[in-house]
Design a protein around this ligand. Structure first.
Ligand SMILES: [Zn+2]
Length: 399
């Protein structure tokens, strides 16, 4: 016979985090508390926490530190010296582990343009990690991109959009392909946009030389996301606002920004945030292997990259920035320092990307019923402890 539930015991498993500055979709609770139930958030509140009836589990006193929802990064190539774009399955696990310890509790694995057979093989390998819950799915940043806006990607393997090729890559990912970035001005792009949206893959516009009109046509047939807005696009002009202008203008489009202080001027970050609003802005890291590592030489797919002063550039073309060396936590900290309100930053780093990826019922906010995915940050928004699905991953002893 199971024991009858103790009527005096609150629901949840007795674990309680108290005295945090808890950032919820309805504002910052200060002081706020979070009650856990297994791997879920059971309740969130402000003021006096619920009475303690689990003396074997003392409440964790957060001493006024910030509590943000675990970050959801839609655009990650690597980190901690390893990559999704090359190397083994173990390397890919290392990337996920590195970013998780920095607060990114959900992430897509982003591939760059490569020969098709290689993309297929990597998609199949990463699909296994998605099955295992290590990553939330895949993002194909290529191969249907414009050489004119190639950034750090290898133009030798860029090809015109082709529905049959898309279907091969989609099949290799076994249902885990979430996002494909393409250039809508290329011949065949509209057919691929329609094929992708039909099977539930988000079409993102990026690495594109498209005009505003061409971009509008792509949105009209189903593109809903912007890959690192402004980067890898023709610069907006007041008579030709380009892809960036058109994407920002449309209310159904969510816009990634790499607010790391390198890829975009802070004024542009603020303008984009105001224009998009907190429900459409998505902060991403676009991190490559060098994130969390010293300056030196790294790979991004087939391209050689040199990192100096924390800025990654192509070895062959020093003008091309090659992804970032930032974690999403670094981007969050920079966006707040640039003047974005903390709740808007939490929306852009967690809630909105979770919604875009169809994960809003599972994670992305400090709300009852969602996974206990959270990041405890100090006053400077440096991550001090990370919880994923109710388990502390990183943080001082005693948490
Ligand atoms: Zn990228």
């Amino acid at each position: 016979m199971p024991a009858a539930p103790d009527p005096g015991r609150p629901p949840g498993d007795g674990r309680l985090l108290t005295d945090g500055r808890v950032v919820t979709p309805r504002g910052v609770l200060n002081p706020g508390w979070i009650r856990l139930a297994g791997n879920l958030i059971d309740a969130v509140g402000t003021g006096d926490p619920p009475e303690r009836v689990a003396p074997e589990r003392p409440a964790v006193d957060l001493r006024g530190q910030w509590v943000l929802p675990g970050f959801v990064d839609m655009h990650v190539h690597g980190g901690g010296g390893a990559s999704f774009t090359e190397g083994t399955e173990d390397d890919a696990r290392k990337v996920a582990e590195f970013h998780r310890a920095q607060g990114t509790t959900s992430m897509l694995a982003s591939l760059v343009t490569a020969p098709l057979a290689e993309l297929e093989a990597r998609a199949a390998m990463l699909a296994r990690l998605a099955d295992a819950g290590v990553i939330a799915g895949l993002h194909l940043e290529g191969p249907f991109l414009s050489p004119a806006r190639r950034g750090a990607q290898d133009p030798r393997y860029m090809i015109a959009p082709d529905v049959a090729v898309f279907e091969r890559l989609h099949a290799a990912a076994r249902g885990h392909l979430r996002v494909i970035t393409l250039a809508p001005e290329l011949p065949g792009a509209l057919a691929v946009i329609q094929a992708a949206t039909r099977v539930g893959v988000i079409v993102a516009i990026g690495h594109t030389d498209a005009t505003a009109d061409v971009t509008v046509a792509a949105i009209d047939v189903g593109a809903t996301h912007a890959t690192h807005l402004f980067n890898g696009m023709r610069p907006p002009h007041h008579r030709e606002p380009g892809a960036a202008g058109a994407l920002l203008d449309r209310s159904e489009v969510t816009c990634e920004v790499i607010a790391d202080g390198v890829h975009l001027h802070d004024i542009v970050v603020r303008l984009a945030a105001r224009a998009a609003g907190p429900g459409r802005l998505v902060l991403v890291s676009d991190a490559m292997a060098a994130a969390g590592m010293p300056d030196g030489r790294y790979q991004l797919g087939s391209m050689r990259v040199t990192v100096a002063g924390g800025v990654a550039r192509l070895q062959e073309d020093r003008a091309a920035i090659a992804g970032s060396t930032a974690t999403l936590a670094d981007v969050v900290r920079h966006a707040i320092a640039a003047g974005l309100p903390v709740p808007d930053v939490a929306a852009a780093a967690s809630t909105t990307p979770a919604r875009v990826l169809g994960l809003a019922g599972r994670t992305g906010a400090l709300s009852p019923g969602l996974a206990a995915d959270l990041v405890v940050c100090d006053d400077d928004f440096r991550p001090r402890a990370v919880m994923r699905q109710g388990q502390w991953l990183a943080g001082p002893a005693g948490y």
